[in-house]
Design a protein around this ligand. Structure first.
Ligand code: NDP
Ligand code: BG6
Length: 484
């Protein structure tokens, strides 16, 4: 398969927080890969900005080491690096003071696409928006990119939205949820709305339940400080898993355009029933001889922050009434494995008798690793011995089905940054969507805060607490196994 890369228009991308962890690990390597792919042309400029004193030459050295450390893409040859680095610049700048703003403004070229990536803590979003405005850089062609976490509850998300709205129109604000940039996540829409096969069955009449699992094998690592103030619900469910749920559950938008898609996602979030205390399980991983447990990693022996959450959600609308959605995510689980399983109901009557057993079709969309889709179908077990039934997978691993080139599809950050430059907001969260998601998660968090019950401990390398298994067992269902 030949990949078709369409170069984007020349642009200036300013990375506020250009010396931070996200810039090093994700943004700079992503830009380098788009440069190698020929999508970022020679006129594009990337301007790092942060308080650290350095000049452009030092920033290029910084970017070189970051790319060599974090870009594991063998397709992108190292000899391309010097060309890319020449397009990088740096300005020493303080978001909270006046240092550096005249210099940044002087660098801007009239009439070019300008994107400002707020790769800093949300506490600086308002200061940056304010100064971009007062230094005359917030024109109609400017876009701002903001990172998660977008607030920590409804009130703070609202305040952030209001702060940004003072100087930027909603059409200029790109709220990143990197899950929306993942290839398979976008494929969810292609699978649902590009085929006749699935959509007629995509409702409570035929779907028994849906499971969404985002399992991570690693723990909180060096991010304990941030994570302990957040927890799995804020870190993963309110944003990434909510987006997956929306794409699975939404009505077909009239067209694939930003507001049509986001209107439909918003309707799903607004239709979610409140989650009762019995519908949610939270856990925290224990240590092993070799690896510290959660409490030791965050250095807070009394913490009640959850590193695992499982919950049962209901969407109160015509399509989904009666079909539960089970969501589970956690750190230090058995494997890094994320998938969505759409479990269909059993056939209403078995003509093969009771010995044929119970069989249900399952459509599995594997997000990572080994992106692909698999449809479980029931067939006759080959050979003599009467009509015995067996479930077999119709498996399509994208890299196998579409050729090795497809294994090199752009990672989430590459795609999303290029979408910012193209001015396409389809894969970004709208302000009202983010607020609606907090409105749904806030009562769960408040319930935990008002309770003295600690999260249930689970063994590192397990599938999470047994109570999470019980959440489904009680309904006569079970989780699919977590395996890479
Ligand atoms: P870091 O703490 O590593 O970096 C923060 C950056 O902001 C540094 O470049 C710092 O440089 C700069 N900075 C801090 N204060 C100011 C200021 N007053 N004026 C100008 N620049 C300033 O954070 P991360 O890179 O990890 O995260 C950035 C954002 O991205 C956060 O909102 C985070 O939640 C989010 N995020 C991060 C992820 C990650 O994997 N790291 C994943 C998803 C989201 P200096 O000190 O030189 O000013
Ligand atoms: C981030 C979370 O947004 O997503 C992390 O803050 C999590 O805690 C990460 O590990 C998971 O992303 P991915 O792409 O590795 O599944």
């Amino acid at each position: 398969m030949v990949s078709r890369v369409i170069p984007v228009e020349p642009f200036d991308l300013v990375i506020f927080g250009g010396t931070g962890d996200l810039a090093r690990r994700k943004i700079l390597p992503a830009l380098f890969r788009r440069f190698c792919a020929g999508q970022m042309g020679p006129e594009a400029r990337v301007i790092g900005a942060a308080r650290s004193e350095m000049d452009t030459a030092a920033y290029r050295d910084f970017a070189r080491s970051a790319i060599l450390e974090f870009d594991d893409d063998t397709v992108c040859a190292e000899e391309n690096l010097s060309g890319f680095l020449e397009q990088l610049h740096y300005v020493t700048l303080d978001a909270r003071g006046e240092t550096g703003w005249d210099a940044l403004s002087a660098l801007m070229v009239e009439g070019r696409i300008r994107a400002f990536y707020f790769s800093v803590g949300p506490g600086l979003f308002g200061d940056l928006a304010e100064r971009l405005h007062s230094y005359g850089m917030a024109d109609a062609e400017s876009r701002i990119v903001v990172e998660k976490p977008f607030g920590r509850d409804l009130a703070s998300a609202r305040a952030l939205n209001q702060g940004l709205a003072q100087h930027f129109d909603e059409t200029q604000i790109y709220r990143i949820d990197h899950y929306l940039g993942k290839e398979t996540v976008q494929n969810l829409m292609a699978i649902r709305f590009g085929n006749m096969l699935f959509e007629p069955l995509w409702n409570a009449q035929y779907v028994d339940h849906i499971q969404i699992t985002v399992a991570e094998a690693r723990g909180v690592g060096s991010r304990g400080g941030y994570y302990d103030k957040s927890g799995a619900l804020r870190d993963m469910v309110q944003n990434h898993m909510m987006q997956l749920l929306c794409l699975i559950a939404m009505e077909p938008p009239a067209k694939f355009d930003p507001d049509a898609v986001r209107d439909e996602k918003l309707k799903v979030i607004r239709a979610l029933d409140p989650v009762g205390a019995d519908d949610v399980v939270r856990g925290q991983y224990e240590g092993t001889k070799e690896r510290p447990g959660y409490r030791n990693q965050v250095e807070n022996r009394d913490t009640h922050t959850e590193s695992f959450v499982a919950l049962r959600a209901h969407i109160g609308n015509w399509r989904w009434s009666g079909t539960p959605f089970y969501l589970r995510t956690g750190k230090r689980l058995k494997a890094r494995a994320s998938e969505i399983a759409v479990v269909l109901k059993e056939a209403p009557h078995s003509i093969f008798g009771t010995q044929a057993g119970h069989h249900a079709n399952i459509l599995t969309i594997r997000l990572q690793p080994n992106e692909g889709i698999e449809l479980g179908v029931t067939i006759k077990e080959p050979g003599p011995g009467g009509m015995r039934l067996v479930d077999v997978p119709l498996d399509m691993t994208f890299a196998e089905a579409l050729g090795p080139d497809t294994a090199d599809f752009p990672d989430a950050y590459e795609r999303l940054i290029m979408d910012v430059v193209r001015g396409d907001q389809t894969l970004f969260m709208r302000g009202d969507e983010v607020e609606a998601a907090w409105r749904w998660t806030d009562p769960i968090i408040e319930g935990w805060q008002n309770s003295s019950v600690a999260p249930i401990l689970y063994a590192s390398g397990s599938s999470g607490p047994d109570d999470a298994l019980m959440l489904m067992h009680r309904d006569g269902r079970r989780w699919r196994e977590i395996r890479a």
